[in-house]
Design a protein around this ligand. Sequence first.
Ligand SMILES: NC(=O)c1ccc[n+]([C@@H]2O[C@H](COP(=O)([O-])OP(=O)(O)OC[C@H]3O[C@@H](n4cnc5c(N)ncnc54)[C@H](O)[C@@H]3O)[C@@H](O)[C@H]2O)c1
Length: 354
Amino acid sequence: VKIKSRIKDYSVEMIDDIFSLSQSIKINNTRFFFIIDEKLYSIYKCRMDKFVGKSKKILIPAKEESKTLPYIMNIYRKLFDNGFNRNDTLFTFGGGILQDISGFIASTIYRGVRWIFAPTTLLAQADSCIGSKTSINFYKWKNQIGTFYPPDKIFIDPNFTDTLTDRDFYSGLGEIIKVHLMGDEGSFDSLSKYLCTKKLHAKSDFTQMVSNSLKIKRSYFEGDEFDTGRRNLLNYGHCFGHALESASNFEINHGEAVLLGIGFSNQVALNRKILCKTEFLKIESVIKPYYPVFDLKSISIKQIINNMKHDKKRTDKKLVMIVLKKVGVLEKRTDIEEQEIEQIYSKFVEYIHE
Ligand SMILES: NC(=O)c1ccc[n+]([C@@H]2O[C@H](COP(=O)([O-])OP(=O)(O)OC[C@H]3O[C@@H](n4cnc5c(N)ncnc54)[C@H](O)[C@@H]3O)[C@@H](O)[C@H]2O)c1
């Protein structure tokens, strides 16, 4: 997949066994500094050590708390202390959290350095790795600070997903489902077939879904990289999802929250007669089995609404939400009422728990 960017064009390459690549990715006159997910490193230690060789490495725990300015200051410190200079290259192994942190660092240190990213979660492979966004959290509000800065090169090795927990694998499905609902009827059919196979972990199947997801996502942001128009629609599932994720103190992970956010947004659209009942039920029949099991009753709707007020897409007094009119057709609504969210939430909670 090739991506045109106003910052720098870049590409995604699917490869089987990234660890065998060590010679071919060498860039002349550059040193690599590795930023690696701590848990991933412990799983792949032997192969990772061989790949990294004598280069410096920094291990980071994949927690939302790591996506904060105080934590990131420590990483700048480690890079400077180890003589990182502007000809050096950052190389990241990890999921969306490591991507957000190291992308932010790559874009700000010396006003931008070379950066290679090997996404290791399904979510990062199928969604976050492209689109140039880097984000960090501010207090408990998600992704409030960030930059646009793509990696120079992305290597996707599907073998990494073998070691994901089921929960992390299913979290990746949240974003895959989102973009397939944003594609066309053909992409919705592929999604339905894929989710029916019950062989979700079969590499040949999900590798195809990853590639489709990246192409659909690209079709929404190319031409609007800085998110001022059509790209806003990619926030489908996120207006409510981000607010829920924060309100749960990140007990609900990102992909799970996005899937619940999609379900919630569809309820809003149904209630407003933007989405017809037949289309709503068609979508529910495919996605409902994948809603995460979580006690939503324990989460305060007031807190969710408070968090929704911090949505970056909100510019008016009312709340904002991306809603689906039918598969592949979405619109941004800026007239969502707090009372409407409260009413739909109580029905939604019953529905999820039934
Ligand atoms: N920048 C963007 O465009 C963008 C888009 C979507 C999401 N995000 C962000 O991404 C984050 C979520 O990312 P994520 O879902 O990839 O999760 P993550 O980075 O939190 O990783 C999830 C878990 O998987 C572990 N892990 C990573 N790779 C592994 C592997 N191969 N085997 C075993 N364990 C592995 C991690 O240690 C962690 O415990 C959120 O903070 C979200 O805001 C960013």
